[in-house]
Design a protein around this ligand. Structure first.
Ligand code: 4AD
Ligand code: MG
Length: 430
């Protein structure tokens, strides 16, 4: 029976054939252990000389790393391995022999691995991270579909800049100037007025010269937007959503979390509600902690975010930032217009901001003034202000950065390992 590694539990004590690659191998004079991988998982194949005979045993011993082959054998239960099964090999049919595979089981430097990203993806660790990424995406669709959201796809080529004009990738759109989208939000606001509750999931681009473990040039964002939803209700959706994806990964990616040595007890605590702290209180806390260099009106950097997050076991919302720090579309607090009705969600364990969100301005005049104040071209935003002209309603939304979320849940240090082909400062290859 031809099957895959993920399905072997259905064939205990039966003979199966699996198309796979040799991930690793060790052998003695009498027995060879083949670490097989087929994309669906990793499985140990055991070749016993006394059972398969000299010829097949020598063939097994000579297999090189990443050689592709069909392996036939009997599935047995193996309680010692985390996977739970083994294959007692009876036949090997080589498809293509690999020679001098560059990524050997010894340790390699980061730049070398990044240069070989197209091959590095085959490793057990990278496989686990990609599976967790996929589970987060799957759970995202499930959560929003079950909660009455409609998926809407905003354009990638745009003429507007939701998050400020300094980090845009400019390109030509025939004779016009265009930008790669840095956020689909403005379009999602239009969609929310048509469909009520919407979400997007797509690539976004930031020409940001930041070289940190949290920054990518191209990253994927989930952007929900909701009509008739005000500031606090927006936070409730966020904490429900983030709890849902963490619990889904815990439920469906146990093996992957084990491969990554993730401390699961930390993830088990991620349940709504999440703590909330205002910018003002966060600032007072930072001063108490000895951060004397930061004043009211300054943005928080990574060390500040980490110091605040260390205080909590769950993600924490920092709310009501100074208006001057945030984009033009955020709703000022009616009682205190020097701050906006916004929140950043800071992940635990030093992973930083995973969500930025806010209530949006729904008063046309106020929005037009802000566009002017921020030095933006009113003509390019005419359609956006027009949303406030016809039955304007309070509405709110947020953006979750997928890669930072994958890094946090996987316990992986750097976002470069959380996207198949990272686009980083000075890296467009492979
Ligand atoms: O805080 P940001 O810039 O917010 C927006 O773009 C809003 N328009 C979203 C919305 O309200 N619809 O980005 C949102 C999130 C951040 O919290 C972070 O997780 C991620 O996107 N992010 C990045 N991830 C990786 N690399 C970068 N350079 C990122 N910039 C932002
Ligand atoms: Mg932000």
């Amino acid at each position: 029976m031809k099957t895959t590694i993920s399905q072997v539990d259905k064939y205990v004590d039966q003979e199966v054939t699996i198309g796979c690659w040799i991930a690793n191998k060790r052998s003695s004079g009498k027995i060879a252990f083949l670490q097989l991988r087929d994309g669906t998982g990793f499985l140990q194949g055991v070749v016993v000389k006394a059972e398969v005979g000299e010829e097949l045993f020598q063939k097994a011993k000579s297999l090189t790393q990443e050689t592709s082959l069909y392996v036939t054998g009997k599935v047995t239960v193996d309680e010692r391995s985390p996977f739970g099964y083994e294959l007692q090999v009876t036949g090997l049919e080589i498809i293509h022999e690999a020679t001098d595979y560059p990524i050997t089981p010894k340790a390699h430097g980061t730049e070398f691995l990044m240069d070989h990203r197209h091959l590095w993806l085959r490793s057990k660790r990278q496989h686990a991270v990609m599976k967790i990424r996929n589970e987060i995406i799957r759970a995202t669709y499930e959560f929003f579909n079950e909660n009455g959201f409609t998926k809407v796809d905003p354009p990638i080529l745009t003429g507007s800049a939701p998050e400020g004009t300094t980090e845009l990738f400019a390109t030509k759109y025939f004779d016009e100037d265009a930008f790669l989208s840095q956020s689909g939000q403005l379009y999602m606001e239009a969609a929310a007025m048509a469909l009520g509750k919407v979400f997007s999931f797509g690539p976004t681009f930031r020409a940001e010269k930041s070289k940190t473990r949290r920054h990518l040039i191209e990253f994927w964002m989930i952007e929900p937007e909701m009509a008739f939803v005000e500031f606090n209700e927006n936070l409730e959706v966020q904490e429900q959503y983030v709890s849902y994806i963490v619990q889904s990964v815990l439920k469906n990616c146990q093996l992957e979390l084990k491969t990554l040595d993730r401390d699961i007890s930390k993830l088990e605590k991620i349940q709504a509600p999440f703590p909330r702290i205002t910018y003002d209180d966060a600032l007072a806390f930072l001063h108490e902690q000895g951060f004397d260099d930061i004043e009211w009106g300054d943005d928080f950097g990574s060390p500040h975010e980490t110091a605040i997050a260390e205080h909590y076991e769950k993600p924490v919302f920092i709310t009501h930032y100074p208006t001057s720090l945030k984009p033009f579309y955020m709703q000022p607090d009616p009682e205190r217009p020097e701050v906006v009705l916004c929140a950043d969600l800071i992940a635990p364990e030093g992973y930083g901001e995973i969500i930025g969100g806010s209530e949006r301005i729904h008063d046309m005049e106020m929005l037009e003034k802000n566009i002017e104040k921020h030095g933006l071209d009113a003509a390019a935003y005419k359609w956006y202000t027009e949303l406030r002209q016809y039955g304007s309603v309070p509405h709110s939304g947020f953006g979750l950065g997928l890669e930072r979320t994958v890094a946090w849940i996987s316990g992986v240090e750097h976002v470069r390992e959380t996207i198949p082909f990272p686009r980083l400062l000075n890296r467009l290859y492979p």
